[in-house]
Design a protein around this ligand. Structure first.
Ligand code: NAD
Length: 353
């Protein structure tokens, strides 16, 4: 009898890490032999973007400061008019997953090289994945050409992340590692990265929340989130990410908050079907994984239920039907009733554990 074959594939990317790394962006542009940069940045990253723009000097061709969550195609169309008018040949994105998603979408249409400078823990910068939204439906595609060739992790850029977003973005990263551990495409590499990411995120996050201005703790959290992002890139995700995509796309929900309120529910649901993943997480955390994640969700001061986020209760069944009709690979098989029950708990805020 043949055993299943595990395939591990690495997509090349160049990653700079460390305080002040963002000051190396002009050299990285030079390295790409690019001379007309489109600088994409969210308003939260304006001060950094101004600094990078100044350092780029004549190599700055244009700026675009209106990226939106879930990469709406209409926003990409708008950015493309700027790209064309400026004859840009490279895109630098500074911000969270929204800025990086827009850079990926622009690169997908033009073939331009990308430099990603993340300021959250979402992990998009190390994935060959792009989720785009049109007419309330989020479609995700995977192509090695989508992955930024250069990533710049500067922990100083995360110092301004407010505590709430720090918590939810870190749980977003944690979700990549958790789902990698029970993924059918897990490999020894993703297992190792995911275990280290779970440990790193859950040990660095309390230190960061205690002292959000501590660059050393921020650096540890950012590094753990990087590892989690690689898990997202390399292992296929399950029910948790499917629910986040379907709900996020349908109701335009805040990505990290949504991940935070869902994760413990999916972990509790999958626990009976993923003993090895839970054994690894338990060893890494030194305690019960569902309880640890539930605790993080409960302590969040923002919106903690699907009801709070404005998801209509009478839409939950339709969402459950969509998810169960074409499920992402998940360790525990699911029915419409299972997903509807889980969503009902998340809607009411009945956090497990
Ligand atoms: P985001 O980029 O939308 O940022 C959330 C908010 O935080 C914004 O208001 C932003 O301005 C602010 N912000 C970001 N960094 C900040 C900082 N350092 N200080 C203060 N404020 C800051 O949110 P996100 O969670 O990073 O990304 C979510 C988006 O990324 C979604 O569209 C999601 O689908 C996508 N995503 C894609 C992938 C992928 O692999 N393709 C992975 C993860 C997330």
């Amino acid at each position: 009898m043949s055993t299943p074959i595990t395939i591990h594939e690495t997509i090349a990317s160049r990653v700079l890490t460390g305080r002040g790394a963002v000051d190396h962006v002009p050299e990285e542009v030079e390295r790409l032999r690019a001379g007309r940069v489109l600088l994409v940045a969210t308003p939260s990253a304006k001060a950094t973007a101004d600094r990078v723009a100044h350092a780029l000097g004549a190599r700055l061709a244009a700026r675009f400061d209106r990226p939106a969550a879930h990469t709406p195609v209409a926003v990409t169309d708008e950015a493309m008019t700027v790209v064309e008018a400026a004859a840009a040949d490279c895109v630098v994105a500074i911000g969270g997953g929204s800025a990086i998603g827009l850079a990926k979408a622009v690169s997908a249409r033009t073939g331009m090289p990308q430099i990603a400078v993340p300021t959250t823990y979402a992990g998009s910068e190390v994935t060959p994945v792009l989720g785009e939204t049109e007419d309330g439906v989020k479609t995700t595609r995977r192509d090695p050409a989508l992955m930024p060739g250069t990533v710049v992790y500067d922990p100083d850029l995360t110092l301004t992340l407010p505590p709430g977003l720090t918590r939810t973005s870190a749980v977003n990263a944690l979700a990549h590692a958790v789902e990698a551990l029970w993924s059918p495409t897990a490999s020894p590499i993703t297992d190792a990265l995911a275990t280290e990411a779970v440990d790193g995120i859950l040990s660095a996050l309390p230190a960061v929340l205690d002292n959000p201005g501590d660059p050393e703790a921020r650096g540890r959290l950012q590094t753990a989130a990087w590892l989690a992002g690689i898990c997202l890139a390399q292992a296929r995700m399950g029910l948790h990410h499917q629910l986040a995509h379907v709900l996020g796309g349908a109701f335009d929900l805040p990505h990290a908050e949504l991940h935070t309120l869902l994760l413990a529910h999916i972990m509790a649901f999958n626990r009976p079907a993923a003993p090895e993943a839970f054994a690894r997480m338990t060893r890494a955390i030194g305690g019960d994984p569902v309880a640890a994640v539930s605790e993080l969700a409960r302590a969040y001061g923002g919106k903690t239920t699907l009801a709070d986020l404005g998801v209509p209760a009478d839409e939950l069944r339709t969402i459950a039907e969509r998810v169960a009709a074409a499920p992402y690979p998940n360790p525990r098989p699911l029915t419409v009733d299972d997903v509807a029950a889980l969503l009902d708990d998340a809607w009411h805020g009945r956090i497990p554990g």
